[in-house]
Design a protein around this ligand. Structure first.
Ligand SMILES: C[S@@+](CC[C@H](N)C(=O)[O-])C[C@H]1O[C@@H](n2cnc3c(N)ncnc32)[C@H](O)[C@@H]1O
Length: 217
């Protein structure tokens, strides 16, 4: 992700912001530390549905590991770039340009060959509370009992930390509140950890939570 210095904080729902951001950004680059952690937890190939896939760096990584990948993002330039990169790398990956609150989003996701992982890294804090509820509804529509969810997000402790990209809209989530909300939507937390050092990027050592959850019946 490119650096930028501008202290105007963008609001959620400003579609043009992320479009312009990815129009400037270069290739997918390295996967996140979180993606490699999640890949290590999977003992077989899954359909990985990534919400807020951005430039597709984690989606491309999962596809290279042999998973069936579907990346979703509201930013059309990012999705266009993901299509091009997947094609040139020969990956079997689908990408959908859509907002999380699109009521037909679940129907736009290709069906699973096997079990599903709903994956969202640095997405939940980039959307509003209302959109988070849409995320849970869509995650539920896309999963069966026993399927997984893997999320990483900035916690409330990160509110005052230094950011490389000050202009991104951000919420800061309380991990316990997230887990309770997830439980109400049928996802039980099986692993949770939080701290610094998991997602360090230049001077931004975000305080994040990582949660793995399983879909209940
Ligand atoms: C902080 S970036 C994270 C990108 C990627 N997951 C990563 O870790 O590099 C948040 C992403 O969420 C997307 N996004 C923000 N609001 C959205 C919404 N309402 N619906 C779908 N995507 C959205 C943005 O376009 C952006 O790509």
């Amino acid at each position: 992700m490119p650096d930028e210095k501008d202290d105007t904080v963008l609001q959620a729902g400003d579609a043009g912001y992320w479009d312009a951001y990815y129009a400037r950004a270069s290739g997918p680059g390295l996967p996140s530390q979180f993606a490699t952690f999640v890949a290590g937890e999977l003992d077989r190939h899954h359909r990985i549905v990534e919400f807020g896939c951005g430039n597709g760096r984690d989606a491309m990584f999962f596809a290279a590991q042999g998973h069936q990948v579907v990346g979703i993002d509201a930013a059309e330039p990012a999705i266009k770039r993901c299509h091009e990169n997947a094609q040139s790398l020969g990956h079997d990956a689908d990408f959908v340009a859509a907002r999380i609150d699109d009521p037909e989003l679940a129907d736009k996701v290709p069906p699973a060959d096997g079990a599903t992982v709903v994956y969202a890294r640095f997405f939940l804090h980039a959307i509003t509370e209302q959109e988070e509820r849409a995320f849970f509804r869509c995650a539920r529509a896309l999963t069966k009992p026993g399927d997984l969810m893997a999320v990483e997000f900035r916690t409330t402790r990160d509110r005052t930390g230094e950011k490389v990209t000050e202009r991104h809209f951000r919420r800061f989530l309380e991990p316990v509140t997230f887990q309770l909300d997830a439980f109400e939507h049928g996802f039980r937390t099986t692993y949770s950890v939080e701290g610094f050092g998991f997602a360090k990027y230049k001077q931004d050592d975000a305080h994040v939570a990582r949660c793995l959850l399983v879909r209940q019946g």
